[in-house]
Design a protein around this ligand. Structure first.
Ligand SMILES: C[S@@+](CC[C@H](N)C(=O)[O-])C[C@H]1O[C@@H](n2cnc3c(N)ncnc32)[C@H](O)[C@@H]1O
Length: 235
């Protein structure tokens, strides 16, 4: 008998560049029957691969910025337990709905996850707000609205470190954001912050979101960056 990971041996997703089409929030909201979609969900396929690779049945999977609950619904489908945090009630409602009453959800900032005991989580997968790139709400406490978000993100990552089992895995999905015509170093800044906390870099994945050429790129002969990073960190 093969276990979940052995079944993956022949699949190209054991390579480190994953071509996965990005999610159109309008289409996902139509499928889920939701009027106001989450503006930045990640694809179910991404969560599926990471959960299959880095956890086993019965494990606890956490997403501290769970949004519409993509990590959580896939974790449940793969026979894992799951917990999600988001600061917006409207997103927690979507996540709970998608998970049909299963899993645990907390509508609060993940900077303090008092509900979780030390070393009680096997795998954490998350995608935080990319600075102020996306408007999630008018809530001044939403990280996506803060002029300076690094200190809060670091608090959450420290909490992730505390609640992860020894050798537990933290998959951090993050992309660069264009600012005044240049790309910032946000993904690399967060990677270094995580290393300072004590995580070790085990591997990284380039999530290739497919070709997206804009008129501006053609006119300026500029590369259209359309990939994100997944830092696979180990406690
Ligand atoms: C990139 S989205 C996550 C999307 C999610 N992966 C999905 O598939 O729907 C980031 C989320 O972080 C939430 N957020 C912002 N500040 C937060 C905080 N302090 N604590 C918890 N969640 C927060 C936002 O409301 C948003 O839903």
């Amino acid at each position: 008998m093969f276990n979940d990971t052995e079944k993956l041996r022949n699949l190209d997703w054991l390579g480190s560049v994953w071509r996965i089409t990005t999610v159109n929030p309008a289409i996902s909201s139509f499928e889920l029957g939701i009027k106001e979609p989450h503006p930045a969900p990640f694809p179910e396929e991404l969560a599926y691969r990471l959960i299959s690779l880095f956890s086993k049945r019965g494990d606890m999977v956490l997403d501290p910025f769970c949004g519409s609950g993509t990590t959580n619904v896939i974790a449940l489908g793969l026979g894992r337990e799951t917990i999600g945090y988001d600061i917006e009630q409207k997103f927690i409602d979507i996540a709970r709905n998608r998970c049909k009453g299963k899993g645990k959800f907390f509508c609060k900032s993940s900077e303090e996850m008092k509900e979780l005991q030390n070393e009680s989580v096997d795998l954490c997968i998350t995608s935080p707000p990319y600075l102020r790139a996306v408007k999630y709400s008018d809530n001044p406490l939403n990280i996506g609205n803060l002029p300076e978000s690094y200190s809060l993100l670091i608090k959450t990552f420290k909490e992730v470190y505390r609640v992860l089992q020894k050798n537990g895995i933290f998959c951090l999905n993050v992309a660069s954001v264009a600012e005044k015509g240049f790309l910032n170093t946000f993904p690399f800044d967060l990677l270094y912050k995580c290393l300072e906390i004590g995580f070790k870099l085990r591997s990284s994945v380039i999530w290739d979101k497919g070709l997206l050429i804009k008129e501006w790129n053609l006119q300026h002969s500029e590369i259209a960056e359309n990939h994100e990073y997944i830092w696979v960190l180990k406690k």
